[in-house]
Design a protein around this ligand. Structure first.
Ligand code: MG
Length: 165
């Protein structure tokens, strides 16, 4: 089965938009303050309050019969890692969650060769493709970029990956 790695923040969960909103509300502007904000963030609350993007969990369950899926997610704190592991164990018990410390590239922790990565962050996709992986951009606005772009996870079923590899 084709290996598929799914990013979490900004693909499965709406944690990016939600935390940016919190940062804006707090009036935080410097990168030090932003780092501190993320270090101290209660990730259990953030995950609960942010929720899924467009019923992503039900869609991933549907994709499980087409792909060998893992979640590949960057974290900046142990609290973030444990909150994500706890959440996915509950909602997607059959899916492996791979935690990547922020300082390490996803494409350095995993061998991307012939595997798909769906991510909303272009630099992750660039490194992935450089190392022989298949990069798919997730965009909730559907804004096109140099990679195949999807705005709905179920679109993955329609892509002819055999002709891309
Ligand atoms: Mg992301």
């Amino acid at each position: 089965m084709q290996k598929l790695y799914l990013d979490c923040d900004g693909v499965i969960l709406d944690t990016i938009n939600n935390s940016y909103r919190m940062i804006k509300e707090k009036g935080i502007t410097t990168s030090d303050e932003i780092n501190e904000f993320y270090q101290n963030l209660n990730w259990n609350d953030l995950i609960r309050d942010s929720g899924e993007i467009d019923n992503s969990i039900a869609k991933i369950k549907k994709l499980e019969s087409y792909f060998d899926i893992s979640i590949l997610t960057h974290v900046i704190s142990g609290k973030e890692a444990s909150a994500k592991i706890k959440y996915f164990k509950k909602v997607l018990p059959n899916i492996e969650v791979i935690i990547v410390p922020k300082r390490i590239e996803k494409a350095d922790l995993i061998n991307p060769y012939s595997s798909i990565l769906v991510d909303d962050f272009v630099p992750n996709l660039e490194k992935w493709e450089e190392k022989g992986g298949i990069s798919i951009k997730f965009s909730d606005t559907g804004k096109p970029c140099k990679y195949i772009t999807i705005s709905d996870l179920l679109e993955l079923k329609e892509i002819d990956f055999k002709n891309i590899v």
